[in-house]
Design a protein around this ligand. Structure first.
Ligand SMILES: [Zn+2]
Length: 484
């Protein structure tokens, strides 16, 4: 018996640039969901990794005077180091230069070649070197790649094609029968229109690119980097290598990705899986882009946000909190230091931090021992906490992370108001029993916060939980000292 695990992936990050907030965002979203599933005792498997082949890697390595292998070793290590800093708990990190991946890519290529889903031809077209992709005339904006704002090069080469055109109707049928496959919903129509517009066969090999996985039966060709990279989702899951593992993981429950690579994941990838007679992933979730202080993040503007700078200064949890509270997951958002500091002071230092320290300090004085459990059927606060718990679960399952956090902070606001209105520090002089009751309500409502915040702010959540343990309550310093 194998139990299916909830299988979560990030895209494999392309190693032509240092990790930035965009990479961190996708990976943190996957981490938040994985940690949430763990709080519910659901078996979960979280895969991330790096995409390491292709002309852009060759070029980057050459520019830095190192071999592509050295370049990718160094860059992959940088990604791993950042994930460690950000508290990412992945189960596997796959690099596309690993033999366990390359073997599977080669086997799949030969399998589809034998089946007729891959065939040899020649191709001439406009190719964006940065996308590593041919672009249709209809996709160009002022003759340029809409993402990279560069003119594509005209390339002619002998190439193998994947018969993408054969899967047009099947794809449309799949989108119709699985309306949440392309998420969020507002991104689906563009993909559907693109497929309805007619799919052309996809060039999946290169003769000019040396840094790639070679076609076993025709070693002059290397396999197109996108075709190679997408396969990681099954090569890491044990496809053609470990049958039990594959049963445990595949199909993926969710592929997290940025909106710029949705077409690869929602069109090419499912078509390849159909050609392999494999079940399709349940969901592609494409999030939006970050601008920095109102500007598009770009190398030339030099406004790349390095998450290491922010987390070194303000803590990892504050960063993790901010990016999911500030912007609805799935939409575009703006990262500004002013907004970050504002949220830190208002939400973390004031609303949550004060609530925790006020409650604990008054409890230390007036309650003494905190019991293991506490029930109070008349408590409006504890009823509200239960309702918040339901709302939180609903929103977490819908990946509406901002709404889940909103619900938590609405309760924090309610609790602060409850303290202001009941004034336990005054009440203690006249009615110690009632004071104790109010403080126990507050302590037990706060225990929910520890579990709710665990996916987003694991270190702070553990600390909150520690401070609220049963037994003797102590006085503590602020959890989030204000930023000035
Ligand atoms: Zn491009």
């Amino acid at each position: 018996m194998t139990t299916k695990k909830f299988y979560i992936t990030t895209p494999l990050y392309y190693l032509n640039s240092e990790p930035h907030i965009g990479h961190a965002y996708t990976t943190l979203a996957a981490d938040v969901l994985a940690r949430y599933k763990k709080t519910k005792n659901e078996p979960v498997y979280f895969l991330t990794g790096t995409d390491e082949h292709g002309a852009n890697i060759e070029k980057a390595a050459l520019n830095h005077n190192v071999t592509p292998q050295q370049w990718t070793d160094d860059m992959a290590a940088k990604f791993k180091a950042l994930w460690q800093v950000l508290g990412i708990e992945y189960d596997d990190f796959i690099r596309t230069t690993e033999p366990r991946h390359e073997r599977v890519v080669q086997a799949i290529f030969e399998k589809l070649l034998a089946k007729g889903d891959i065939y040899k031809g020649s191709y001439s077209g406009k190719y964006c070197l940065s996308c590593e992709s041919y672009l249709d005339e209809s996709e160009l904006v002022d003759g340029k790649c809409p993402i990279h704002k560069k003119e594509p090069q005209i390339i002619e080469e002998e190439t193998y094609f994947f018969k993408l055109s054969a899967y047009q109707d099947k794809l449309l049928k799949y989108y119709e029968e699985n309306p949440t496959f392309i998420s969020p919903k507002h991104r689906a129509q563009e993909i559907i229109n693109f497929v309805k517009g007619g799919l052309k066969d996809l060039s999946v090999s290169r003769t000019k690119v040396k840094w790639g996985i070679s076609v076993p039966s025709d070693p002059n060709h290397t396999i197109y980097v996108w075709f190679d990279a997408l396969i990681n989702y099954i090569s890491a899951a044990g496809y053609l290598a470990d049958e039990n593992k594959f049963k445990e993981l595949w199909p993926a429950d969710i592929h997290f990705l940025g909106k710029e690579i949705l077409r690869f994941h929602a069109v090419i990838w499912p078509a390849v899986l159909m050609a392999l007679d494999l079940p399709l992933p349940k969901q592609d979730f494409a999030h939006g882009w970050w601008t920095i202080e109102g500007e598009k993040m770009s190398k030339s503007l030099g406004n790349f946000i390095d998450p290491r700078d922010i987390t070194a200064k303000y803590g990892v949890d504050a960063f993790r909190y901010f990016i999911f509270r500030e912007v609805p997951f799935g939409q575009d958002g703006d990262f500004s230091m002013e907004a970050f500091k504002k949220r830190f002071n208002a939400d973390l230092a004031n609303d949550l931090g004060n609530l925790l320290s006020r409650t604990l300090n008054m409890a230390a004085k007036n309650v003494g021992e905190i019991p293991q459990t506490y029930t109070n059927a008349n408590s409006a606060l504890l009823k509200k906490a239960e309702e918040t718990d339901k709302l939180y679960d609903q929103n977490m399952n819908a990946l509406a992370f901002d709404k889940a956090l909103d619900a938590i902070w609405a309760l924090a606001g309610y609790m602060n108001k409850y303290i202001d209105e009941t004034k336990p520090w005054m009440l203690a002089k006249t009615d110690p029993e009632k004071t104790k009751e109010i403080l126990l309500e507050l302590v037990f409502a706060l225990r929910y916060f520890a579990s709710w915040l665990a996916p987003f702010m694991p270190t702070s959540a553990a600390e909150i939980s520690r401070r609220l343990q049963s037994g003797k309550i102590e006085k503590y310093g602020p959890l989030f000292p204000r930023i000035d």
